[in-house]
Write a protein that binds this ligand. Sequence first.
Ligand SMILES: Cc1cc2nc3c(=O)[nH]c(=O)nc-3n(C[C@H](O)[C@H](O)[C@H](O)COP(=O)(O)OP(=O)(O)OC[C@H]3O[C@@H](n4cnc5c(N)ncnc54)[C@H](O)[C@@H]3O)c2cc1C
Length: 400
Amino acid sequence: MTHPASIVIVGEAIAGLSAARELRRRGYDGSVTMIGREVEGAYARPPLSKGVLRNPAAETTLAYPQADLDLDLVRSPAVVLDTAARVVATADGRAVPYDALLVATGATARRLASPAQRGERVLRTLEDARLIREGIRRSKTAIVVGAGFLGMEVASAFVASGVEVTVVDTEPLLRRVLGSYLSDRLAERAARHDVRLLHASGPVELSGDPVNGVTLPGGTTLTADLVVTCAGDIPAVGWLAGTGLADRLGVAIDERCATAIPGVFAAGDVAYLVPREGDPARRTPYWSNAVAQGKVAAASMLGEPSEQGPTDDYFWTEILGLAIKVAGPLPVDGPPASVEGDLDAGDATLRWDAPGTASTVVAYGRKIPVGRLRAMTRQPYRPEARGRSGRNSEPGEPSD
Ligand SMILES: Cc1cc2nc3c(=O)[nH]c(=O)nc-3n(C[C@H](O)[C@H](O)[C@H](O)COP(=O)(O)OP(=O)(O)OC[C@H]3O[C@@H](n4cnc5c(N)ncnc54)[C@H](O)[C@@H]3O)c2cc1C
């Protein structure tokens, strides 16, 4: 099959760069134009909450190498897509034609402030991280809205900086993703680190202008020196208006990362895979997934098959000094099929099995190489070598 003469990638971050790298790896030597909107160029987001909030020096580790990819860079946001003419218009007035297009514009942080309310802090960009870091320097107390991965990472940065933190959510910490068993263990860990977890009976509102607190559904208002909203993200699809490519969830893609419009592909946080019958439609806004989809989209743009699928179930986070790696389908629910090691000591492996699908394996503070963790999801359950790190507990048994 003939390769497209020109490929345009909109979104200069991990999904877009994974696609560009894969195009070159496959020997594509045509024109690749990358349209990005961040003045700093491409950078990794996971270290923003794990390193940059605490340490300005961590900023030097964020950049993605790309000099070897021979890209034509346009650093101005895409504002309009004309799928009939196959042209992307940018804010600085350029019209960039394409034969194949990759939509990789990711997501933006969901905000809770009213339009007139100033000073809401979120964490999605390097600039956001710098603003929060500056806020930490001046704060003794903080509120985090949202007890998901990001909210708990931000809370961890506050704890490490000696800031007293309250995390507010309508649901228990990470229960929707990691299930009640791990949610309870992490809540115990949070208590040991003096993180106050506050259950809200419904959505909270930000109070103050500039924002200096939250109002709970009953009318009680809590205030703090710093308030950070970590309430999810919204696919960045504004520039696709009128194309029919985007809906509420983002850009729908098939197993090849192709959209409904010929020549247009999508990958990463902006995209969602059209589910198999019966499965709920949802995005999977994780780093490994963005890498996988970038690679699959690259193969598809060249009309070639991909060795891998458009999902990668690996995820990691760091909560209150504990590295948690997860491989396999999420969410999990109910007690794990097995727990080995010592959860209190932050050295355990947990496993959830489900019929007809890969298992989910969690390395809870335990150093397990990612490749091995992935392999464990495909293996029938086999206990690890015992005695390595203390006692082994059974499913559902408290790990005291
Ligand atoms: C603080 C933080 C910590 C995280 N930690 C983890 C973690 O520990 N583990 C994990 O698996 N995942 C983590 N994630 C999620 C992970 O970073 C994302 O899944 C990943 O960044 C998605 O990559 P992407 O390329 O699809 O989108 P993005 O990273 O959102 O990049 C999209 C790019 O497109 C650009 N763009 C948007 N609109 C336009 C436009 N109109 N024109 C041109 N460019 C545009 C944006 O500026 C951006 O540079 C974290 C995310 C954040 C914010």
